[in-house]
Design a protein around this ligand. Structure first.
Ligand code: NDP
Length: 246
């Protein structure tokens, strides 16, 4: 049985990796899906085509998550196309790793714009469109809780910021029956964090389950949170990390 029939989902950053898997999974559960990308037009189109081939509905919208008006415009475009908005997934993210004395202000600004500022803007715009039962789900990181290697300070900062935002926003929107949650993955095999090489092996050594996660495993958790059975979960930072932070 499909859990998201007649729902509309907007996925910020859905062209590759975890976001693409979330788009596929929410569509499989019956949701119409609007997904954004900044540079991977081909990847975004592939996701749309696969969803359509399986009988679902999807659109791809180019919208840079650093651009306030682009984010707002994309959300409005999704509502114009599908008639409503039920689920926002803030997935777009960037990772810049460097020791603090070499960390550029350009990378600081980019990290904060994409990983934090876009989450606030999209949540504000989406919340205006949502009715009772709405869902706001951000993809944070287990690095908000544990950052066991050097060079990740700004990334950890950005993911801790959305963890705090999630708690506060849940209080703003709870009386309207809208839930707000933050999914904190551990290492997941994507372009951002490929499951190969010395770095990947060293991360596995720190985990209870010594393996990378699959994008489908994160997407499955997001689908649960987006569905009706998760109505009592809000303001929660939910780690799904193979025991990385255990
Ligand atoms: P990828 O690098 O594989 O994909 C990133 C996605 O975000 C792409 O769809 C990309 O679009 C989009 N994106 C990036 N910048 C922008 C922007 N400026 N505007 C619009 N879209 C943008 O990353 P992952 O799938 O690995 O990561 C997804 C999320 O999960 C991120 O928030 C990341 O921090 C988080 N995460 C990942 C972990 C991992 O180990 N992989 C672990 C914990 C958290 P485009 O293709 O157009 O560039």
């Amino acid at each position: 049985q499909k859990t998201l029939e007649n729902k509309v989902a907007f996925i910020q950053g859905g062209s590759r990796g975890i976001g693409a898997a979330i788009a596929q999974r929410l569509a499989k559960e019956g949701a119409a899906v609007a997904l954004t990308y900044v540079s991977s037009a081909a990847g975004a189109l592939d996701v749309v085509r696969e969803i359509e081939a399986a009988g679902g509905r999807a659109i791809a919208i180019q919208a840079d998550s650093r651009d306030e008006q682009a984010i707002r415009g994309a959300i409005r475009h999704a509502v114009d196309t599908f008639g409503r908005l039920d689920i926002l997934v803030n997935n777009a993210g960037v990772l810049a790793v460097a020791p603090i004395d070499e960390f550029s202000i350009e990378d600081l600004d980019r990290t904060l714009d994409v990983n934090v500022r876009s989450v606030v803007i999209a949540s504000q715009e989406a919340a205006r469109m949502m009715d009772e039962g709405g869902r706001i789900i951000t993809i944070g990181s287990t690095n908000a809780e544990r950052m066991p290697f050097a060079g990740g300070s700004v990334y950890a900062l950005s993911k801790a910021a959305v963890a705090g935002f999630t708690k506060g926003l849940a209080r703003d929107l709870g009386s309207r029956g809208i839930t707000v949650n933050n999914v904190q993955p551990g290492p997941v095999d994507t372009d951002m964090n490929p499951d190969q090489g010395d770095f990947a092996e060293s991360l596995k050594q720190t985990m209870a389950l010594p393996r990378y996660g699959k994008v489908e495993e994160i997407a499955s958790f997001v689908a649960y949170l987006a569905g009706p059975e998760a109505a009592y979960i809000t303001g929660a930072n939910l780690t799904i990390d193979g025991g990385f932070s255990a």
